[in-house]
Design a protein around this ligand. Structure first.
Ligand code: MLT
Length: 267
């Protein structure tokens, strides 16, 4: 593990070393870099993979003040990691909240982006009722800690079909969500305040792969299709029987989609 510094906030990351244009994998909420283990195991032997824990998660520093969290400050964490690793350009792969951050990264650091993978995410901001729900979740976490969300989210976000196939999925997700309350509250603040990225889609001029679980109820195939139609030349893969965490629920299919994209784009 290595550590980058973003203005005094320490950001932990894995750097596998390896060949080709590196990947940087940006995790979703409320997980950390460990969620990419199936991709690290499959691709990490040859290709260079950079896997940060964003601020508030994993082994990175945890600012207490929620104003330290935004999609822009998370994007700066990713840039600090790439700079620390000496990577000029990467294939930026973000899942869900990681995708919201990928859009912020693209706006701020276009020159560092070789290609995009947008997984189980959407370009639109939160509607008012989603913001209200997140405020309620922040209140719950400040009062009782993150346990209630850790208990509820794995069942709510995964596909019934993948839970039936893999009885370890829910316990595994609970472990991956075992992160500090301040990280939960900060990331909820960042997601609630994220801007609309819809107008950025038409301007995306790097190879782009969009991946979505067939049963993803939070960022469903329709949201993926909207991005696919707006991003010229993009590819879209629907992962059968997977829910919101498609890289974990159906990791072989997810990895095959990444491999095919690398072959098609010569990256
Ligand atoms: C995530 O998986 O990153 C979050 O559930 C996304 C969200 O709540 O919008």
């Amino acid at each position: 593990m290595a550590r980058a510094d973003n203005g005094g906030v320490g950001i932990n990351y894995l750097d596998t070393g390896g060949e080709g244009t590196p990947f940087v994998f940006i995790h979703g909420f409320p997980l950390d870099g460990r969620m990419w283990e199936p991709q690290v195991n499959a691709l990490g032997g040859s290709r260079r993979l950079i896997v940060p824990d964003l601020r508030g998660f994993g082994d990175s520093d945890v600012p207490e003040d929620r104003s330290a969290y935004s999609v822009d400050s998370f994007a700066d964490d990713v840039k600090a990691v790439l700079d620390d690793a000496g990577v000029d350009k990467a294939i930026v792969c973000g899942l869900s909240m990681g995708g919201y951050i990928t859009f912020a990264f693209l706006r701020k650091y276009r020159e560092s982006v070789a290609a995009l993978v947008l997984a189980d995410t959407r370009a639109e901001p939160d509607p008012p009722e989603a913001k209200e729900k997140r405020t309620g979740q922040q209140e719950q976490v400040s009062k009782d800690g993150p346990g209630g969300l850790i208990e509820a989210l794995p069942n709510a976000l995964t596909s019934d079909r993948s839970r039936a196939k893999n009885e370890n999925l829910v316990p595994q997700l609970k472990q991956l969500m075992d992160n500090p309350g301040a990280g939960f509250i900060g990331a909820l603040e960042a997601m609630k305040n994220r801007p609309d990225s819809s107008d950025d889609l038409a301007g995306v001029d790097v190879p782009t792969l969009i991946v979505v679980g067939e049963d993803d109820g939070l960022t469903p195939p329709d949201a993926a299709r909207t991005m696919h139609e707006a991003i010229g030349g993009s590819q879209m893969v629907v992962i059968p029987e997977a829910g919101h965490f498609s890289n974990l629920e159906s990791s072989d299919e997810f990895n095959r989609a990444l491999e095919a994209f690398l072959t098609d784009t010569n990256l």
